[in-house]
Design a protein around this ligand. Structure first.
Ligand code: COA
Length: 278
């Protein structure tokens, strides 16, 4: 496995995140297993630097985001970000902004497709990571908890919007008011995640999907993400206009790349069946 070379793009090392790249698939691993990958101030600033570099790295075709150790992520670092924080006020203010920025804008707006691979547990602020990824796969035995209410808090930062955007109002209210835990199949049923798999299959299924996405046209992937994201709040007419403009841009961006012309020609010659996945 080759190491993702961030040395030119990143001032300083990453110590709370690991990266590995293989055949266009970049894995970003939250790497604080001793603190259950809770998002500390340092991890937050590192994610900003990392994602800014990934966004302009054309060798990255797909991003997988996962957690080291027993679970995906235990949410915000309660010691760093809540009442007991010993951080100075300016650092804390910058970190709070950065914590929103990397999940809500940088991760969501990466040009590459992103897959959250969720195992073990996913609590509180981690919902904001999972929702910002395009696709979320989880192990059946994952414990999902909107735990804020269990310590006298509420789903702050991006979390309330993240659950409102993915789950029904009934499900979002039920889980965030009760603080009850649900598992992978239940997360799939309430559409917080895309698919749930037996724990032993999760990793293989994740990388199988990532490899599949890495074979697809990168500009078409980016425009698929963008179209889904932006048309959501547009009128029908605005959406059709937006997509017509993006279609024209697609042709310009794909100039020199043969993939779309070649695959359309292949279909017209009866050699492929895109409707069946090829
Ligand atoms: N913030 C800060 N530290 C955290 C953390 C969090 N969100 N979650 C876990 N940790 C730390 C613990 O304080 C402990 O640190 P220590 O070893 O220095 O005492 C370490 O991680 C291990 O946690 P521990 O509770 O001993 O492990 P566990 O395996 O028994 O339980 C959890 C793990 C994640 C279930 C439990 O720690 C927990 O409920 N954490 C809070 C999760 C939460 O509600 N997050 C939402 C925040 S928005």
């Amino acid at each position: 496995m080759t190491q993702f070379n961030l040395s030119r793009a990143l001032p300083g090392d990453l110590s709370h995140i690991k990266t590995e790249q293989r055949e266009g698939v970049l894995t970003i691993t939250l790497n604080r297993p001793e603190k259950r990958n809770a998002m500390s101030v340092e991890l937050t600033f590192e994610m900003v630097r990392l994602l800014e570099a990934v966004a302009v790295d054309e060798s990255v075709r797909v991003v997988v985001l996962r957690g080291e150790g027993p679970g995906f992520c235990a949410g915000m670092d309660i010691k760093d970000f809540f009442d007991s924080s010993e951080r100075d006020e300016a650092t804390l203010r910058a970190a709070k902004e950065a914590a929103n920025h990397w999940r809500v804008r940088l991760l969501r707006n990466l040009p590459q497709p992103t897959i959250a691979m969720v195992h073990g547990f996913c609590f509180g602020g981690a919902f904001g990571i999972v929702e910002a990824c395009d696709i979320a796969l989880a192990a059946d035995d994952t414990k999902f908890t909107l735990s804020e209410i269990n310590f006298g808090h509420f789903p702050a930062g991006p979390v309330a919007k993240a659950i409102s955007r993915t789950m029904s109002v009934r499900a979002a209210s039920y889980y965030s008011l009760s603080g009850r835990t649900f598992d992978g199949p239940e997360a799939e049923r309430n559409s917080f995640i895309s698919r749930s798999y037996p724990a032993a299959e999760l990793e293989a299924e994740t990388y199988k999907l990532a490899a599949e996405l890495a074979t697809k046209d990168p500009v078409a992937l980016q425009f698929t993400k963008e179209s889904l994201q932006y048309v959501e709040t547009m009128s029908w007419d605005a959406a059709l206009n937006y997509n017509a403009a993006k279609f024209a841009e697609l042709k310009v961006r794909q100039q020199g790349a043969t993939s779309r012309a070649a695959s359309v020609a292949s279909f017209l010659e009866g050699k492929s069946r895109p409707g069946l996945g090829s």
